[in-house]
Design a protein around this ligand. Structure first.
Ligand SMILES: [Zn+2]
Length: 570
């Protein structure tokens, strides 16, 4: 296509409304425009990028045996009342009445509608398994829509729903979707991880979030440098290193520690390392105080504490609350003789002869041992994982990184089919509830996440598979007829080679053309300018790393066809 005929309203200034880089660049590059809070128009280039994602998603869903449907955006409230979600979903569900006063809502998701289809159209085990998907505009009335396409109110999503006769079948459907998602994000050219979304307490891992790695991501995840391990930081299991063998239990001793109330000052005063000290922290677990024991240099992971205690909420107790519960001055709390519920991190159970507060002002106890000197009601993995911990899967090196959730696969079970009484006749003649799974991809979010991961100070750096165009030809020939002809013929020949080409035929300064080409993030730039007269060559530059080649027009076509073909095949 010709730049002069496309609506690409690029901006020089950074729009003040934009907080994250994808939002800034999508606005500056003329990909999107805001209509109102959290609601955007996709201009030609934005829609092209969206369509690229959709096409990959569609191909892989079809390959996995899913069938495409398109469900309505407007949904009757009755269906949502059947599952109880009309109340539970909260204000993100946009509700309204039509002219006949029928209650309706705008679909933020389609479990109710699809389950209604299943109960009406799928009658026998012979009809199963079935996986139905759609690519559609969704609406969630976010209280604070932000970050452009990252968290809009209206967004494009692919959602799929599987129906199986039993758990085993549902697990097969789940695996298929997991694999399809891996293929999708690989084909999109993104660096991503599939993160276990629950801790696997109910057996098996049938919920994964697909995260695009990007510094600006909202979720912190732990990934392994050597294997495919990835987990939410709050849930990543810490591997317990074996205890130091052979150290004999020594006699407990009280020592004076005048005015030393912090881990560092106690350690400095006693000449010990924080790894030999155990700190006692008081949390309120659903309001009830619980003392948590942790090695001196570790931090509590509150999600893990909540799970160990089986409570809804934990909160660190304030100094006064601790004093009221224990009558021990701040800084001298310890487990020996403490009349409070006690839980310990697994590491503490493996330590010997450690130092703790003596429950008495200006005193600590040394050579304390769990089991001999005090008991706890539970021992578990309670601490935050660090980059110094080994990978729980392979022992490799871990790193902490940020991720943006772009997909989620989830085994639903029979929750929806039970509440909506959706059954089929099984081979034994019995009516049974469908076992369901649901699988989402935020299509518009993928475009934003791709930019969060791939950009530099000049603009977007699109992965080849998502770029609206893979080549931009800059005609810098001005009034030079020969150069203009060359640019035109290159444009034609590149298109004939099957490439998606944008010809910058605008009557603009070269500087502006270069700037816009960088801003739009088109993977390869071909510059037709004055140097051609001398060398017979044009300049081919890769956006990602600025690597340049001087090639004849014929070489250029062959080179780009080969390069781009290889990147699309990955
Ligand atoms: Zn590993």
């Amino acid at each position: 296509m010709r730049y002069s005929q496309l609506l690409i309203p690029t901006l020089k200034e950074v729009p003040s409304e934009a907080e994250v880089v994808s939002h800034v660049l999508l606005l500056r590059g003329g990909f999107i425009r805001k209509l109102t809070a959290g609601i955007y128009t996709y201009l030609p280039l934005g829609l092209m990028a969206i369509r690229k994602v959709e096409q990959i998603v569609r191909e892989e869903m079809n390959r996995a045996g899913a069938q495409e449907v398109l469900m309505p955006m407007v949904q009757p409230a009755d269906l949502w009342m059947e599952t109880g979600r009309y109340k539970k979903y909260g204000p993100e569900l946009l509700r309204f009445h039509d002219r006949h006063e029928r209650e309706s809502c705008l679909g933020p998701t389609h479990e109710e509608v699809i389950t209604d289809i299943a109960r009406k159209e799928l009658h026998s085990y012979r009809d199963l398994p079935v996986n139905l998907y759609q690519i559609q505009t969704k609406f969630r009335d976010e209280i604070r829509p932000r970050f452009g396409l990252m968290r809009g109110r209206e967004f494009i999503m692919k959602d799929a729903y599987s129906f199986d006769v039993d758990d085993a079948g549902a697990e097969v459907s789940y695996r298929k979707m997991y694999e399809a998602y891996r293929r999708i994000f690989i084909r999109c050219g993104l660096d991503f991880r599939a993160v276990q979304a629950d801790s696997g307490a109910i057996g098996g891992n049938f919920s994964h979030e697909f995260m695009v790695l990007a510094k600006t991501g909202e979720d912190t995840i732990v990934i392994c440098d050597s294997c495919d391990f990835a987990a939410n930081k709050e849930k990543a299991a810490v591997v317990l290193r074996p205890a130091a063998e052979g150290e004999p239990l020594r006699v407990m001793a009280k020592v004076e520690t005048p005015g030393k109330r912090k881990v560092e000052t106690v350690c400095e005063f006693l000449g010990i390392g924080p790894e030999t000290l155990v700190k006692t922290m008081v949390y309120k677990a659903d309001g009830v105080p619980v003392a948590v024991l942790l090695r001196g240099d570790r931090e509590v992971e509150e999600v893990k504490l909540k799970n160990l205690l089986g409570v809804a909420d934990v909160e660190l107790a304030g100094e006064q609350e601790v004093f009221d519960a224990t009558r021990v001055p701040t800084g001298y709390l310890g487990p020996v003789g403490l009349a409070l519920r006690l839980v310990a991190d697994q590491e503490v159970a493996a330590m010997r002869n450690f130092t703790v507060g003596a429950n008495e002002k200006n005193h600590h106890l040394q050579n304390v041992n769990l089991g001999r000197d005090f008991q706890v009601e539970a021992v578990g993995d309670l601490r935050r994982i660090t980059e110094d911990d080994p990978c729980p899967q392979c022992g490799g090196r871990l790193s902490l990184t940020e991720g943006i959730e772009v997909g989620h696969v989830f085994k639903l079970g029979t929750g929806y089919s039970q509440s909506m009484n959706a059954t089929f006749q099984d081979s034994d003649g019995q009516g049974k509830h469908f076992v369901m799974g649901c699988y989402g991809i935020g299509v518009s979010r993928v475009v934003a996440a791709a930019i969060e991961q791939n950009h530099d100070e000049h603009g977007i750096v699109f992965p080849v598979p998502l770029a609206p165009f893979t080549v931009i030809v800059l005609n810098l020939g001005g009034k030079d007829e020969k150069l203009c002809e060359l640019a035109e013929s290159l444009y034609g020949n590149l298109q004939a080679a099957g490439l998606e080409v944008l010809l910058d035929d605008r009557d603009e300064r070269p500087g502006l053309k270069f700037k816009d080409a960088d801003l739009l993030g088109i993977p390869y730039r071909v510059t037709v300018g004055n140097s051609y007269a001398k060398s017979g060559k044009v300049e081919v530059r890769r956006r990602r790393d600025g690597v340049m080649e001087e090639l004849t027009p014929e070489e250029t076509v062959a080179f780009l066809r080969e390069r781009i073909g290889a990147e699309l095949k990955k």
